[in-house]
Design a protein around this ligand. Structure first.
Ligand SMILES: C[S@@+](CC[C@H](N)C(=O)[O-])C[C@H]1O[C@@H](n2cnc3c(N)ncnc32)[C@H](O)[C@@H]1O
Length: 261
């Protein structure tokens, strides 16, 4: 699969705006189709760990903020801050939910987009780091993240390991009255990649169904690679666990991590 952003016109159901892995029309349906539900798990874990952080102020930057679900929950806890995402559609969703005086939302690449000011807390969740498909760009992303943190600032994140990525292999169909979604994934162990196609039809208010198709490439990240990149970027203390049930690392295809600058 080759992701070419300019391949389809903006009104084509396969359109993906500039840059690899940038969500196109799929962004319109991201929340409705249930992807936003992952934020429940993320928020539960983040809320728990925040109690031990003793942050000097409630400010956060969310790298790959998507449709803004996590920031909405943090706004309810009186956080303010910023979000960066490469997809204009995902950011549009976030803008509808968040107060522009409290959160600066910027369209950009997390590998290179620099906002003014630093933050005591940065997050990057739900496979966003796996959307960065070369090690060189992942290094840039981590450097950019550390560059947005105060001294003693925290970075909280998740990612899928190569084992976790292998779960993408296969086809899933989810058919409801309001939509039909077909998700197909292929895992290439030697390339350390999963190539995923999410496509389907969503019912419009006029009763007709609109088609969308999103192609996504994920790259697996090992705990060793992430540890090395975080250390080289200047993080001093790093802790990682399996995301679910605090599994031991080797059991966790999805890793939850905290790093202190
Ligand atoms: C699975 S979504 C997760 C969104 C959000 N973090 C959440 O937890 O719901 C992945 C997000 O990463 C964004 N993304 C992918 N590559 C990116 C990049 N290089 N820079 C910024 N955002 C990126 C996508 O547009 C998408 O919104």
């Amino acid at each position: 699969m080759v992701i070419s952003s300019k391949k389809y016109a903006k009104d084509d159901f396969r359109w993906a705006p500039g840059g690899e892995n940038s969500y196109g029309h799929f962004a319109r349906y991201y929340d409705q189709l249930g992807w936003k539900r992952f934020t429940d798990s993320t928020f539960r874990k983040l809320e728990k760990i925040l109690k031990s952080f003793n942050l000097p102020e409630k400010r956060i930057i969310d790298f790959g903020c998507g449709s803004g679900e996590l920031l909405v929950r943090l706004a309810e806890m009186d956080f303010t801050g910023a979000g960066i995402d490469i997809s204009p559609g995902m950011l549009k969703n976030a803008m509808l939910k968040l107060d522009s005086e409290e959160f600066e939302l910027v369209q950009g690449d997390i590998c290179s987009t620099k906002l003014r000011g630093n933050f005591p807390l940065a997050v990057c969740f739900f496979d966003t780091l796996n959307h960065i498909i070369t090690k060189a760009r992942l290094r840039m992303a981590i450097k950019n993240i550390v560059g947005h943190l105060d001294e003693n600032g925290y970075f909280v994140f998740d990612f899928l390991t190569p084992e976790g990525l292998s779960d993408w292999e296969g086809t899933e169909i989810n058919s409801e009255d309001e939509y039909c979604v077909i998700q197909r994934g292929k895992y290439y162990q030697r390339k350390n990649r999963a190539e995923i196609t999410i496509e389907g039809f969503v019912k419009r208010p006029d009763g007709y169904y609109e088609r969308f198709r999103q192609e996504i490439i994920h790259r697996g990240i090992t705990v060793e690679e992430m540890t090395e990149l975080l250390k080289k970027a200047g993080f001093s203390r790093i802790s990682m666990r399996g995301f679910f049930y605090d599994w031991e690392l080797e059991e966790g295809g999805r890793i939850f991590g905290v790093a202190l600058k």
